[in-house]
Design a protein around this ligand. Structure first.
Ligand code: AMP
Length: 287
């Protein structure tokens, strides 16, 4: 596994792989790798001989009030884990490599992205789409793997590829969870004992809704009331939103159907957590 930190070395290594006739798979991350990230690398590796992993904590997607400085950075452990999962090339740029000067052009989504995370984190998705566009142009992968865990992000990247004709195939990978159902996240390491236990209620609320839907209830108000009641059993958990949305625009639906997503975001202490579940998919098994 080769580690590169500048654009010329990245382009050179990718060009060599391409000249050998290899397919290029790409997994962008912000590091602090966990089993969810590793599942994306393995998924890329199953489809491509050259798997590029990027590790870059992108300042553009953090608001000044957010946790950029606190975001975990565990490069040595990340590189060791990436190697065991089949990454062949790791791009670890510094901020000065990705943003060498004042930027005049950004990739900004339309107003439709101003809901959910877009409403709570203004400018976040412009930061994500700008860095993902830069990374796509640097790596020029055949396939890029993203997680369903960040559903709105995956939806907007799908829109980016479609609307700007980016020549890449997207692969959206399932959510990897802890045994109690908590979706793995780099931020989970900030949860202390009590908060960690309470955080399980996010996935429990999704399961409550999905189980009631499976028994034939499509009425969203009834479904959300059930999920909300579950969330409220933990007083340290403060929901930002719990909703059922269509899979294309993530607009709230009134009557739930197979293929719609239940989405939840909540704060547990100072840590913000996201989760979602596609109605009709097998229920996450909770211990
Ligand atoms: P991040 O490092 O948080 O930017 O995440 C990098 C990629 O890993 C994104 O495509 C995420 O959606 C994905 N990811 C994060 N958590 C999980 C998880 N629990 N299961 C699967 N993929 C995940």
């Amino acid at each position: 596994m080769q580690v590169v930190r500048d654009v010329a070395s990245l382009r050179g290594a990718v060009a060599s792989a391409r000249a050998r006739g290899e397919r290029i798979g790409f997994v962008p991350t912000m590091g602090a790798l966990h089993a969810g990230h590793l599942s994306l690398i393995e998924r890329a590796r199953a489809q491509c001989t050259c798997v590029v992993l990027s590790i870059f904590v992108n300042p553009l997607q953090f608001a000044p009030t957010e946790d950029l400085a606190q975001y975990p950075r565990t490069e040595q452990a990340d590189l060791a884990a990436a190697a065991t999962c089949g990454a062949t090339l790791v791009f670890v740029p510094g901020v000065e490599v990705m943003y060498p000067g004042a930027r005049v052009v950004s990739v900004v989504p339309e107003r439709i992205a101003d809901r959910w995370e877009g409403a709570i984190r203004p400018g976040h998705f412009a930061g994500v789409l700008t860095v993902v566009t830069k990374l796509f142009n640097l790596v020029q992968p055949d396939i890029a793997v993203f997680g369903q865990k960040d559903l709105q992000q995956a939806t907007l990247i799908r829109a980016l590829v479609r609307d700007l004709d980016v020549p890449v195939t997207l692969d959206i990978a399932p959510i990897i969870r802890e045994v109690d159902g908590l979706a793995l996240s780099s931020r989970n390491r900030f949860l202390d004992g009590d908060a960690r236990r309470a955080a399980g209620v996010l996935s429990q609320s999704l399961v409550t809704i999905a189980a009631r839907f499976a028994t034939g209830t499509a009425d969203v108000r009834a479904l959300i009331a059930d999920g909300d009641a579950r969330l409220r059993t933990e007083s340290s958990v403060h929901a930002d939103y719990l909703s059922i949305v269509d899979p294309i625009g993530l607009a709230p639906v009134r009557s739930a159907s197979v293929g719609d997503f239940v989405i939840v975001a909540a704060r547990v202490g100072a840590t913000r957590l996201l989760d979602n579940h596609r109605l009709g998919d097998p229920l996450p098994l909770l211990s």
